[in-house]
Design a protein around this ligand. Structure first.
Ligand SMILES: Cc1ncc(COP(=O)(O)O)c(C=O)c1O
Length: 389
């Protein structure tokens, strides 16, 4: 193997847009408008238009987007339940910890429902059982770039009088039944962490919503609860997106549809290149084969990650690295087994589908600037490592 194949290559993305990004940065530097201002407002409008959202409110990170959305939708119906104790928010045990951090930091208790074994998103049947009279919100996580199966989730929330806050941090441009992830619930939360499908050159996030009052409250929360200069209606946060990120993200937003198409094309090439290694449908991976990601009928996957399942993952990872192929694991420990949540008293076996996924998932390199030849080299390396060369 010659050069190493990274799991993502954000420097390559910058180089492909260098002139436009440099011009945007110079424009902001010369303007003296570093926090808020026209770049931030323009980015919000362009982002809302591109995903068909009523409004978009920029914030400092995906974590802020989740925290502020839960705070802004947490009043109303929750008040009656608060009498009986703490509110609950149901989410997936296979996610980044930001999802549950935001729930706790918004004053609720995270409750888990297991995931679907093929799509890694909330299993509607498990969700049915996890919702209680205390459920204030449901947070589906559109994991790896694929939207959760939203109609049954929205229906369950409606019956419970709960809101739906979508964690779309990995799903910019993903669709469920033709509608954009992040526009299906009460609020949609995006991250612009550099490696995301739409990533900045630093931290950033966005909330999309068609609920005016939710957008308004988040605009206040991100700016210390301020309603006019130095008049604070409530305590808030320092959670604003800066103008440099907004200007850079405006340049990149124009390329997001093409980048997502490219990710899908590369995913298709992986599928073709790995089809002979695919485990029989329905079974988990056996020795010498793997399970390919499933694109749910009605969903448009944007492959933030191309995540396969293998047995003996750590050996496979190490052997791939030796052949110059970098991989990732998203995520090795399900949230309910994290030391941070030991207080929940949930042991191994609580959410078996998520636990098995955490043992088997392996993210292969995938980014828009990746070449077909690189995909072929990863397939070849995997074939060798699985003893099928
Ligand atoms: C599923 C998920 N939720 C939330 C976040 C938090 O986003 P951020 O890192 O921008 O705070 C991320 C990304 O890091 C994520 O992947």
């Amino acid at each position: 193997m010659t050069t190493k194949i990274p799991i993502a290559d954000i420097a390559a993305q910058y180089l492909s847009l260098q002139a436009d990004i440099d011009a945007a940065v110079r424009r902001v530097l010369a303007s003296g408008h570093f926090i808020g201002g026209p770049e931030v407002e323009a980015f919000e409008q362009e982002f809302a238009a591109q995903c068909g959202a009523g409004e978009a409110v920029s914030v400092a990170s995906g974590t802020d987007a989740l925290r502020f959305s839960l705070l802004a939708t947490g009043d109303g119906g929750a008040r009656a339940r608060a009498r009986d104790g703490i509110d609950e928010v149901v989410t997936s045990p296979l996610s980044f910890i930001a999802t549950t951090e935001a729930i706790s930091q918004a004053g609720a208790r995270p409750v888990f429902a297991d995931i679907d074994s093929e799509t890694f998103t909330l299993d509607p049947t498990a969700l049915e059982a996890a919702v209680t009279p205390r459920t204030r919100a449901i947070v589906p996580v559109h994991l790896y770039g694929q939207a959760a199966d939203m109609p049954p989730i929205l229906e369950r929330a409606r019956r419970a009088g709960a809101v739906v806050v979508e964690d779309a941090c990995q799903a910019h441009g993903s669709l469920d039944r033709g509608r954009a992830a992040g526009t299906l619930g009460d609020a949609g939360c995006f991250s612009f962490y550099p490696t995301k499908n739409l990533g900045g050159c630093g931290e950033g996030g966005m909330v999309t919503t068609s609920r005016r009052e939710v957008a308004q409250r988040i605009r206040r929360l991100r700016d210390h609860g301020q309603v006019e200069k130095y008049r604070h209606l409530e305590e808030g946060y320092n959670g604003r997106l800066d103008a440099l990120q907004a200007a850079i993200l405006r340049v990149k937003l124009r390329h997001l549809p093409a980048w997502n198409e490219r990710r899908r094309a590369l995913a298709l090439r992986y599928r073709a290149g790995l089809s002979d290694l695919a485990a029989p449908h329905g079974d988990g991976p056996g020795r010498g084969d793997l399970v390919l990601p499933v694109e749910r009928a009605g969903a448009r996957h944007v492959y933030h990650l191309f995540c396969v399942r293998v047995k003996d993952r750590e050996r496979v990872r190490a052997a791939l690295l030796e052949k110059g192929v970098e991989t990732g694991v998203h995520y090795p420990i399900p949230l309910h087994l994290q030391p941070a949540y030991a207080w929940m008293g949930l042991s191994e076996g609580s959410f078996p589908v998520a636990e098995r996924a955490a043992r088997e998932v392996l993210s292969l390199p995938l980014y828009p600037e990746m070449t077909e030849d690189q995909v072929d080299r990863v397939c070849e390396a995997l074939r060798d490592v699985l003893g099928r060369g």
